[in-house]
Design a protein around this ligand. Structure first.
Ligand code: C2E
Ligand code: CA
Ligand code: CA
Ligand code: CA
Length: 278
């Protein structure tokens, strides 16, 4: 028993060691990756169900790692946040998203906005508003085509959030509340903050066909958003059944694998742009 316990402990510590080592390696790699432009964006269409038209895209970052292949944000965003590298990464993401959207508009693509995710650390960075406004100027994208996705947990400090969000909204940028329904904050901020759109979290959609509580929550969020004059979109739609339930509840904007996974820009053009010239 003693021997087993010892082995168990050794195994465990070796595993922790490997994890720590992997983390440190990724951190070192990330610093280089930021200089070498290894980060790239995929775009996921937001679809109006009535005519299946693309009404926006969400930019989602990926890392083209030289040896590990394509890495997803779940692997590296937490490290970027802890190390502070998220500021530089966030700036690169914002710039690329605005650049791409402007290029699409110039090329006669649909005049839709791009949604960019902000992390808490970015949101509380003092130069945030200045940085964003400069990026818009430099890329040429009009502010109304940029949507920033924030989460409820970032609204914890209400006075600071109030100020930042109003500055951003005054620039003409749209604010979207991501993962809605999963946070702890009070609903009162919805009436005080300039929020244009609510994104119903995927966790409520997953079992909506079987779970009547989820269905009730989703229906309540949709009604509330509409009464507050906000747009509402459901994320994580994977099946026809989920889509039909949402349509029944008059949620007419969705995002999810059912219509498309996040795709590289060229694939978005091929699949979702209406050809306007030969
Ligand atoms: P999120 O903002 O909630 O983004 C939605 C995530 O759900 C994406 O994962 C997307 O690929 C995935 N998804 C979309 N439709 C479906 C579906 O139908 N079914 C399922 N199962 N999943 C779906 P992804 O790209 O791995 O991103 C994960 C998270 O990483 C994002 O969650 C966001 O919090 C963060 N993230 C992504 N890009 C950025 C970024 O540029 N900056 C920051 N700060 N965070 C980012
Ligand atoms: Ca998001
Ligand atoms: Ca989300
Ligand atoms: Ca999320």
């Amino acid at each position: 028993v003693k021997k087993q316990g010892k082995n168990g402990y050794l195994l465990f510590s070796r595993e922790v060691h490997t994890q720590l080592q992997e983390r440190m390696e990724l951190e070192v790699d990330m610093r280089k990756a930021l200089d070498r432009s290894e980060f790239t964006l995929h775009y996921q269409p937001q679809i109006r169900t009535g005519d299946v038209s693309m009404i926006g895209v969400e930019a989602l970052v990926r890392w083209n790692h030289p040896t590990r292949g394509l890495l997803y944000p779940g692997v590296f965003i937490p490290i970027a946040e802890e190390t502070g590298l998220i500021i530089e990464l966030g700036n690169q993401v914002l710039r690329e998203a605005c650049r791409q959207m402007y290029a699409w508009h110039q090329a006669g693509g649909p005049l839709i906005p791009v949604a960019v995710n902000l992390s808490s650390r970015q949101f509380h960075q003092p130069q945030l508003v200045e940085q964003i406004s400069r990026t818009l100027q430099e890329t040429g994208l009009a502010a109304e085509y940029l949507e920033l996705e924030i989460t409820e947990s970032m609204m914890m400090d209400a006075t600071i959030s109030f100020d930042i969000l109003h500055q951003l909204a005054n620039l003409g940028i749209r604010i979207s509340l991501d993962d809605f329904g999963t946070g702890y904050s009070s609903l009162s901020y919805l009436k005080n903050l300039p929020i244009h759109k609510v994104k119903i979290d995927r966790s409520f959609i997953e079992d909506i066909a079987e779970n009547s509580s989820d269905k009730a929550i989703v229906s309540t969020i949709i009604t509330m958003a509409k009464q507050l004059n906000m747009d509402v979109i459901a994320e994580g739609i994977e099946t026809r059944e989920q889509l039909d339930i949402l349509a029944e509840q008059e949620c007419d904007e969705v995002q999810g694998y059912y219509y498309s996974r996040p795709l590289p820009a060229v694939d978005i053009e091929q699949r979702f742009f209406v050809p306007i010239r030969e």
